[in-house]
Ligand binder design. Structure first.
Ligand code: AMP
Length: 423
């Protein structure tokens, strides 16, 4: 788990506000869900046999005897809320998004944290493939806003329940022949959840998985058609998307198209950096007690995103005005002036420790203020304040009454600093 320190929090703020803006453009509304849920919710949705549920959840019994877990992902909670509040009876189509911390007790490894953050979206009420096409476009727009234009998507279609059952039988027959080479977990999965073997990260299993039957052979025509439309429409819009026939994703609730997005050229080893995963889960709403409702969603890992975008997000926003006070007796005037400026939208700071002109100017420089406003008896007597541009050092005296327009002339409208504009 890690802290987000003040020198990094602006990056997070910028990534999150870009996400909110893209969500607004696509008319997704934010939903807030608790970080704690009943453990059974995750076991029933993500699946008992997934790594997440079997090994990685922070689970405890509370003083009332309830079995609770810190959420390892967002979809289960969103679906629980959707069912509990009968959202589908008021809105036949719901588009929801969330941003927040998730918890998985993963083994220590680069780029993985035990508290991490995801931004995710879920769309309820519409079958594939257009909702998933829209979601990929949303992702592309969002990554584009952060300066990441080279994101490629891998996708697969998990077929219908019947075709999945037939495919699972093929897999079982194949893996039984190779069971000696499988890891202990996969030998167990062979009995409990054979599809999960495809998601195993062990090298030895990987070799066996590479020779396993692929989804394609048992995919029904309807599913193949859906996947084909998904790929064609996206490629026509210049989105890089390829089929990965053994992609199943690490959660059990997926039913149709599944996808992963990777930032190419990032993360080392030439593999790219996995930023997002998602897919269709048409059975989850009914499985959790709601009416049959088609649904699709994804989750983006924000730690990685913030890291790869670091150099692309420009500079942190800076204070507009640093008030330099010549003489402690003027401090009340400075406080009053800053209050007025802040009321007009200007970000202000001063040095509450006082000190010499030189030390205050040093402080103004340290906090990267754009302009220093020097408040001295002489200037005030003439009804003026002195503005000194921090970059060039030029100074002018301006009438205190016309301060706002003088600042606008020098800095543009308040809140319009580079980082803010498109942040
Ligand atoms: P998942 O919820 O497992 O489908 O993961 C979706 C995305 O969340 C991944 O592509 C990662 O970017 C991110 N992610 C998942 N687990 C972690 C973790 N432990 N630490 C940081 N990011 C994670």
């Amino acid at each position: 788990m890690r802290d987000i320190l003040p020198q990094d929090s602006w990056l997070w703020e910028r990534v999150e506000s870009a996400y909110r803006r893209v969500m607004t453009l696509y008319n997704y509304l934010e939903i807030g869900i608790p970080v704690l849920e009943k453990t059974a919710l995750f076991a029933r949705s993500i699946g008992e046999d997934t790594d997440i549920v079997s090994k990685e959840m922070y689970t405890f019994t509370d003083t009332g005897g309830d079995e609770l877990s810190l959420r390892p992902e967002g979809t289960a909670g969103v679906v629980r809320a959707y069912v509990q509040h009968a959202v589908g009876t008021q809105e036949p189509v719901s588009k929801l998004y969330y941003i927040g911390p998730m918890f998985r007790r993963e083994r220590p490894q680069k780029g993985r944290f035990r508290q991490f953050h995801q931004a995710g979206s879920e769309m309820f009420g519409v079958p594939g493939p257009f909702p998933e096409i829209e979601q990929i476009l949303m992702l592309k727009d969002f990554f584009g806003k952060l300066g990441l234009s080279d994101v490629a998507f891998a996708c697969n279609h998990l077929g219908t329940p019947e075709s999945r059952a037939a495919y699972t039988r093929l897999l079982v027959a194949y893996f039984q022949k190779h069971s000696d080479g499988l890891c202990e977990d996969c030998r167990r999965r062979l009995e409990t959840n054979p599809l999960r073997i495809l998601d195993c990260k062990q090298a030895a299993c990987g070799e066996i998985i590479a020779g396993s039957p692929s989804f394609e052979a048992s995919r029904p025509e309807s599913a193949a058609g859906e996947l084909e439309t998904f790929i064609r429409v996206l490629r026509d819009m210049a989105v890089a998307v390829d089929v990965e026939p053994r992609l199943v994703r690490g959660l059990d609730y997926y039913t149709g198209i599944v996808f992963e997005g990777v930032a190419r050229g990032e993360g080392g080893e030439g593999k790219g950096l996995a930023l997002v995963g998602g897919g269709r889960y048409d059975e989850l709403v009914s499985q959790l007690g709601g009416p049959p409702t088609p649904a699709v969603g994804y989750a983006i890992g924000l730690e990685r995103l913030v890291d790869v975008c670091r150099s692309r997000l420009g500079e942190p926003t800076r204070p507009d005005v640093f008030v330099v006070v010549i003489g402690a007796q003027l401090e009340p005037r400075a406080v009053e002036l800053m209050h007025r400026l802040r009321g007009g939208g200007w970000r202000c700071e001063f040095d509450p420790r006082g000190g010499s002109l030189k030390s205050q100017m040093k402080r103004a420089d340290r906090v990267a203020a754009r302009i220093a406003l020097i408040l001295g008896e002489d200037e005030l007597r003439a009804g003026n304040v002195r503005l000194r541009c921090m970059a060039g050092g030029e100074q002018v005296d301006v009438p205190a009454a016309g301060l706002d327009s003088a600042l606008r002339e020098k800095l543009g409208a308040p809140g319009m600093e580079a980082g803010h504009r498109d942040g």
